[in-house]
Design a protein around this ligand. Sequence first.
Ligand code: PIR
Ligand code: CA
Length: 316
Amino acid sequence: MDKEKIILDSDPGEDDAVAILLAVGSPNIDLLGISTVGGNQSIDKVTYNARAVLKQAGREDIPVYQGADRPILRPLQSGAYVHGETGLNGTVVPEPTVPIGDKHGVNWIVETIMSHEPKTITLVPTGPLTNIALALRMEPAIAERVKRVVLMGGGVFEANKTAAAEFNIATDPEAARIVFEAPWDVTMVGLDVTHKALCKPDIQKEIEETCGKTGAFMSGLMDGFRAAYQANQDFVDPPVHDPCTVAYIIDESVLTTRRCNVEVVTQDGPALGETVADMRGPENPDSHTQVALKLDYDKFWAIVKDALLNVEKALA
Ligand code: PIR
Ligand code: CA
């Protein structure tokens, strides 16, 4: 099987960092590069973090392009309340040595998609959808050109930023609406599954003990993430949201999905940023959007551990 080519559009973030490691470590994935977006922290910090995580993984050959610093219409309310001052809650990261790519992230996304064969690139957004919406407006043809979009955001029955909305969607609801309305295949990997992808102490310990420096790095990220989730989210163990997207690309059987229409609320008020999924039966096979509803926990962590081991082996 050919490796699936992906573009990661990300705002690292502890869980984004694990998604990067997963993409780097999987033999099924060819990570073409990372575009960054303001979200969990300011654009400067998340761009630095993306480069530092690639350095940690020994893959500074993978380019990083800086994208939009704020949502399309709204000021950035960052995720510093969960991710701390650095965006990685103080985890020690190596200083990146390769410079930031010398074009805007949105230009890079458009050029990369348009210069590859049709239907060969999968877009994997794990932050606010600002860059992806701007890319669609800059070059609408990307909607037919990509293979599919597998994004972390939203929730059918769960929310975190507000009572109704998930952080990535609530941060830039107008961008999210543009992305969900475009005529491409969208898989919404939302909180319904990511809140089940908990990093429990036993799996964290196993990864720390078996995956060397990479495992220690992952474990450090999880210590910071756990502390934040305990302090202000009323969780015992941290949910590693973003890697669920990459795990699904590696092995689709890790998630159970359902095809249905999804609309994003952009009116101000209590439902701003809600992803309204039409769950009335029967399932709509013609919908261009699908939502993830169930996670295979053991399979998920087997996929993550396997990839981290591969990252570690390639380092040595
Ligand atoms: C934001 C995030 C995670 C937790 C909270 N409470 C807020 C970030 C993650 O990086 C993920 O992409 C998404 N946004 C989860 O809402
Ligand atoms: Ca993220």
